[in-house]
Write a new protein. Structure first.
Length: 152
């Protein structure tokens, strides 16, 4: 949850977590988010090690209000390059003063690669080729063993 202040003097404008085990490569951050029903949404930014992520080119995430007809929206970052090791993922309010405006965030994941640029493993290509070869062989054998209709 991101909210500038909760009315009790607590500052809830950001949260972060350090994540270990990254390898060199391309990554994407995804999560579900919604604004607080009846109070509005609190726009926020997402960063890794202080570098703001973009979501379809925009660095500010502003989810719609949660309601009985509209639930959480899914957000996925543009791909970013990370080095091996640990990195800190942060969510921070971008509103100067939000009062009761709140954004709820759930189901945060960091995944490697870009879904549009995934490359099949070589073993997958071998299995696909072997399957095609078996199907072609079965077709050829069945066709060879058929008795022509005009031969009866």
């Amino acid at each position: 949850m991101i909210q500038q202040f909760d009315g009790l003097g607590n500052d809830l404008q950001s949260f972060s977590q350090t994540i270990d085990g990254f390898a060199n490569g391309m990554y994407q951050v995804s999560f579900d988010a919604a604004g607080r029903e009846g109070y509005g949404r609190n726009p926020f930014v997402v960063d890794i090690d202080g570098v703001q992520l973009t979501f379809a080119g925009s660095s500010i995430v502003s989810p719609a209000e949660l309601s009985s007809t509209q639930g959480y929206a899914h957000f996925m970052s543009d791909s970013l390059s990370l080095t091996a090791g640990s990195h800190t993922l942060s969510f921070t309010s971008s509103a100067p003063w939000a009062g009761g405006d709140t954004s709820f965030i759930d189901a945060v994941t960091v995944s490697s690669g870009s879904p549009l640029s995934s490359v099949p493993e070589p073993s997958s290509i071998v299995f696909l080729g072997a399957g095609a070869f078996v199907l072609l062989g079965r077709y050829w054998c069945r066709r060879r063993n058929q008795i022509p209709f005009n031969a009866i």
